[in-house]
Structure formats: structure tokens, C-alpha cells
Design a protein around this ligand. Structure first.
Ligand code: ATP
Ligand code: MG
Length: 434
């Protein structure tokens, strides 16, 4: 039988990487906590029509990228390609949006059947925030400031560029869409067939085409800016002023359209040049129409989603992985001879005394050199060497480090907990509160 392999584009996240993932998760949780956002968890699978109605029928995600099935009961279901639709569905279903503001966050796996490449996978993971019930530009500024605070916490301050665009209100987009459609029709023979088929259904999609002929036509198209209502212009201007006051620099990118239909007013992306073509690490914006579109009362909303794989890649590429984002054992017991019971008892006492520290007690014995090598693999901070001879368990154990950070010393078993405590106080816990 052929060796079993993961599905293409679906990654295993191995123990050497999970410490970094936990670091990203802990830092994100600390950031959203500091802004008063609360976590929501919703299913990985929803009815297919939820995504069709929210993301839009004529989008890459719905047309080409969704994992959709008919289950054995005949229900049409899809793996979630993004979080906003499920978040809105859950919040609406449970009355969280009724006459109330909500600041929510989520994290988890998303699924899109794209061509796998570096930074683009078929199962990937996102952190997201969604803020409901706030119509002014202050909440747009807040979610952007939250993302900037997260970059700073990760040591990425200044490493990501904020790109902004004003895509107007739903009415502006209708007017602009009409004008754009007419313009594209007038040059229909210069654009590719796929773009031509979208002139009526979603002319905005033609604007981010990569086909050279279509690109030229798109570049010469009338600009959205000419179709913006005074309200759209004012909202965007106020947002830019708030960002300026918060010290957050941005660049304007008039071709930033985003691949989902539900946005209005301000859309944004945080991008980097360090990851090649997959340079967008975070995307978001305002989506005032979505809640009503899914059957709820009109509710203003804004949010973003961060791609965790791309963020992990970026930290690796920029060599910004801090020591606490790498696994390390605090204490490792090296057990020589028949001392298992006593060693495990000592390990138990150490864990009780230092509940935030990791204590690994070597099982199965082995030679001293072998056990020290294992301790190196665990990047252990303090080694406790216990050697039992003919006379049974030893009265004393040896404490040593792997890097000569302190002088090796002998202590009695009773003194061991206190002595280890002193040595540990010289170094912070491997997993500290962020
Ligand atoms: P892209 O332009 O790179 O296709 P997108 O606009 O489709 O991104 P969004 O739907 O805005 O992406 O999702 C938010 C973030 O999720 C992106 O900025 C990116 O970091 C990440 N992301 C999206 N698709 C993938 C994927 N297939 N694999 C890994 N990360 C992804
Ligand atoms: Mg995409």
C-alpha cells in the first residue's frame, strides 16, 4: 500500500513549530483582551448557502475554492473558507447583535481549494476580530490599531505596510458598478473571456485581473474616487485622521478591492515584501450590509482576519522568533541505575513547587551521555542527575546546567527543591505570561 500522506495543501504543524504557534496565539489573546474583545467559537462547517449569500456568488472563493459537499442526509454543506460569515450567523442566531455593540474575536482553520504554494494552503488558519453595532470611523480605526498593537507585541512594528482604500457605500458601488460595466462593454473585445463574463455579474473583479490585455483596460477604467458620495469621503477622511493621531502610517492603494463582496467604505490590508507573492498577512474592512443581507437587522460592522501561517513564515524569515517561542524544558532529571520511584517522586515535588515550570523525568534509563543528549534536545535549563548504586537511592543529587551557566553542585535530595528554585529564579519560565 502506498504510504499515507496528508492531503495536498494541508499541513501538519509539528512539535518544533507549535511553540511558535502558541506564542502567536498567546500574544493575539493578550492583544484582543487588552482591547476588550471576547472570543466566539463557531463550527467549521456551515450550510453552503451561508457562504454563497455572504461572500458573493461571483467571487473566486465561492466559484472555485470552496470545499462543498452533499452529506448523507442530502444537506449542502461547506467547510468554512473564512470566519466572518459564520461569526455573523452565530451572533445573529443567538441574539448577540440585537440593540447591542459586540467586540468579538475568533481563531481557527479555514479551507480553500487553491493551488498550494509557499504561504498559500488548502487548510490554513486565521485570527479574526469582528466589531458590531458601531457606525463611525472610530471603530475602523480601533480594529486597525488593534492589529498594529499585535504587530508591535510580536516585534514586527514597522515591518508591515498598511494599505487602505475607500470602496464607497453600497449605493456608490452600485453607481460605480454601472459605469464600470458600461466602460468594460465598450472595450469588451480587448479583455479576456473570463473578465468578459463578469461584466454584468461583478465588474469590480475585472479590476484586479492579471491578464495583460485586461490589465490595460482595467488601468484606464474610470476611478471609484469619482463616484464616492460625500458620506463615504467624510468617513474615510475621518478614519485617516484617527490613524494619523494614533501614529499609524498608511499608503493608499486604489486597486485594493478585496476578494469578498460584503465590504464597504474602508478596506485595508497589511502587507510585506518579505514573503514573495503571498504578501498579504491581514485583510479587513467595514461590512455594514452583511448582517441584513443574512436576514438580521441592519447592523454596522468592521473586522479583519490575519493569516497565521504567513505570520509564522514572516517571523522566521525576519529572524524574529523570540526565545519564549521555542520549546525548552526547565528541569530535566537524569536517572542512572534503579532510582525510578525516587526520581519520579522528586519530579512530582518539583512540579508541585513550580507549577509554571516544565519538569521532564527521563524514563527508561540509558547511559549518562545518552540522557544528557536528550536533555540537550529538550534545551533543558537545569539538570538533576540522580545515580542509584548498590546501596539504593542516593542521598545526594547533582545539579548542573548544559551551558556552564552555573557551577555544578551536589545537594541532598531534601535540599533539591529549594536549590532548583534558586537556579530557576535566574531564568524566566519557558512559557511566561505575555
Ligand atoms: P490573498 O490575496 O493572498 O489570496 P485573500 O484576500 O484571499 O488573500 P482574505 O480572505 O482576506 O485573503 O484572508 C485574510 C488573510 O488570510 C490573508 O491576508 C492571508 O494572510 C490569509 N490567507 C488567505 N488565504 C490563504 C491561504 N490559502 N493560505 C494561507 N493563508 C491565507
Ligand atoms: Mg485569496
Amino acid at each position: 500500500m502506498a504510504r499515507l500522506q496528508a492531503i495536498r495543501g494541508m499541513n501538519d504543524i509539528l512539535p518544533d513549530q507549535t511553540a511558535l504557534w502558541q506564542h502567536l496565539e498567546d500574544s493575539f489573546r493578550a492583544t484582543v483582551d487588552s482591547f476588550g474583545y471576547r472570543e466566539i467559537r463557531f463550527p467549521l462547517i456551515e450550510q453552503t448557502r451561508l457562504f454563497r449569500r455572504s461572500i458573493g456568488e461571483v467571487t473566486d472563493i465561492v466559484e472555485k475554492e470552496m470545499y462543498s459537499f452533499e452529506d448523507s442526509g442530502g444537506d449542502h454543506i461547506s467547510l468554512r473558507p473564512e470566519g466572518t460569515a459564520g461569526c455573523v450567523r452565530a451572533a445573529e442566531q443567538h441574539g448577540l447583535l440585537y440593540n447591542r455593540q459586540q467586540r468579538l474575536w475568533y481563531q481557527g482553520a479555514m479551507f480553500r481549494r487553491e493551488r498550494p504554494q509557499k504561504g498559500r494552503y488548502r487548510q490554513f488558519h486565521q485570527f479574526g476580530v469582528e466589531a458590531f453595532g458601531m457606525a463611525g470611523p472610530d471603530i475602523d480605526a480601533e480594529v486597525i490599531e488593534l492589529s498594529a498593537a499585535y504587530w508591535r507585541r510580536l516585534g514586527l512594528g514597522g515591518k508591515l505596510k498598511l494599505e487602505l482604500n475607500n470602496i464607497g457605500s453600497a449605493e456608490d458601488r452600485k453607481r460605480y458598478g454601472g459605469a464600470l460595466g458600461e466602460y468594460l462593454l465598450s472595450r469588451a473585445d480587448e479583455i479576456d473571456a473570463a473578465a468578459r463574463s463578469r461584466i454584468h455579474s461583478n465588474p469590480f473583479r475585472v479590476l484586479d485581473s492579471k491578464h495583460p490585455g485586461t490589465r490595460k483596460v482595467a488601468d484606464e477604467a474610470p476611478a471609484m474616487a469619482e463616484y464616492l458620495s460625500p458620506e463615504s469621503v467624510a468617513h474615510y477622511a475621518a478614519l485617516k485622521e484617527l490613524l494619523r493621531a494614533a501614529g499609524i502610517r498608511h499608503i493608499e492603494n486604489p486597486s485594493l478591492v478585496r476578494g469578498l463582496d460584503y465590504y464597504n467604505y474602508c478596506v485595508f490590508e497589511w502587507t510585506t515584501d518579505a514573503l514573495g507573492a503571498q504578501g498579504a498577512v491581514c485583510g479587513g474592512g467595514r461590512y455594514d450590509g452583511l448582517v441584513a443581507q443574512l436576514g438580521g437587522r441592519p447592523t454596522p460592522a468592521a473586522g479583519f482576519a490575519i493569516g497565521i501561517e504567513r505570520l509564522a513564515l514572516l517571523l522566521e524569515t525576519l529572524d524574529r522568533i523570540p526565545p519564549e517561542a521555542q520549546f525548552r524544558a526547565d528541569v530535566c532529571l537524569v536517572v542512572l541505575g534503579p532510582a525510578t520511584t525516587v526520581a519520579q517522586e522528586l519530579a512530582r515535588r518539583l512540579r508541585e513547587a513550580f507549577p509554571a515550570r516544565s519538569v521532564v523525568c527521563q524514563c527508561g534509563g540509558g547511559k549518562y551521555a545518552q540522557q544528557v543528549k536528550r536533555a540537550y534536545d529538550l534545551r533543558a535549563d537545569v539538570l538533576v542527575v540522580m545515580e542509584a548504586g548498590e546501596g539504593g537511592p542516593p542521598a545526594e543529587v547533582k545539579l548542573r546546567s548544559l551551558d556552564e551557566r552555573f557551577e555544578p553542585r551536589m545537594v541532598t535530595r531534601d535540599q533539591c527543591v529549594a536549590a532548583v528554585g534558586e537556579l530557576l529564579s535566574l531564568s524566566p519560565p519557558a512559557r511566561q505570561d505575555l
